[in-house]
Design a protein around this ligand. Structure first.
Ligand code: ZN
Ligand code: FE
Length: 239
């Protein structure tokens, strides 16, 4: 099983989880259909599932077209069935979703939206965090509370440290500026920023990020309590 990163729209990432042995794939958050179609055509892959982390247009924009073309099955959070286009399979918190050779644990991680989920592929050590955890940042709180977002991030934080984080957007460089401002003496963060800049320069995605790095460098994961977290989130909104 491997992950292919597909750039979409301005700064979105969709991800193909590819089972090379059987030549099949799932796509996480297809922002738009076109780049996904191009990739699966070129590589002759059978697209089987769409996994949606949340209902925002830049995460579900390709659902309809991909379903029409490939008859894919759409997986999303049960309480968001009314706003995830073409949804077929409704999943809930702590459920294991298993189909063909794909197996992931679903966590309900509200805050950015009330129905945000992530898909944790525990066999492969990767997680798709949508707009909840970004590399060196976290999503804006639109529908939830600070407490919900704080708890959602803590759920992810408690996973094995070598977990690969695949997030919904390439915001890493911008996020790093906020982190270093509030954590200026963090040597690990400084080193990470050097790596990030190298990648951006070469047009290479900064994802996946390793959870251990996020725990050490992401100011939102470093926040010790809800109050600290909330203040940081407010400051970031106006950064
Ligand atoms: Zn979003
Ligand atoms: Fe988004």
């Amino acid at each position: 099983m491997r992950v292919e990163i597909i750039s979409c729209l301005q700064d979105n990432y969709s991800y193909l989880i590819i089972d090379d042995k059987n030549n099949i794939a799932c796509v996480v958050d297809p922002s738009e259909a076109k780049p996904i179609i191009e990739f699966v055509k070129k590589n002759k892959i059978n697209l089987k599932y769409i996994l949606n982390t949340h209902h925002h247009y830049d995460h579900i924009g390709g659902n309809k077209e991909l379903k029409e073309l490939y008859n894919v099955t759409v997986v999303g959070y049960k309480n968001d069935a009314h706003r995830i286009p073409e949804i077929d399979i409704l999943v809930e918190d702590n459920q294991i979703w298993k189909a063909l050779n794909f197996e992931a644990k679903v966590f309900h991680i509200p805050g950015h939206t009330s129905g945000h989920i992530c898909f944790y592929f525990f066999n492969e050590n990767f997680i798709f965090t949508g707009d909840t955890l970004f590399s060196l940042g976290c999503g804006r709180i639109f529908e939830g509370t600070y407490q919900e977002m704080f708890e959602s991030l803590n759920k992810i934080k408690n996973l094995p440290e070598n977990t690969n984080i695949y997030c919904g957007h390439e915001y890493t460089l911008q996020n790093s500026k906020f982190c270093i401002k509030h954590d200026p003496n963090n040597i690990r963060l400084k080193n990470k920023i050097v790596e990030i800049k190298k990648k951006i320069k070469k047009n290479i995605p900064t994802v996946p990020s390793i959870l251990k790095d996020e725990i050490d460098c992401n100011i939102f994961l470093k926040a010790k309590d809800l109050d600290t977290f909330s203040k940081l989130r407010d400051l970031k909104d106006n950064f």
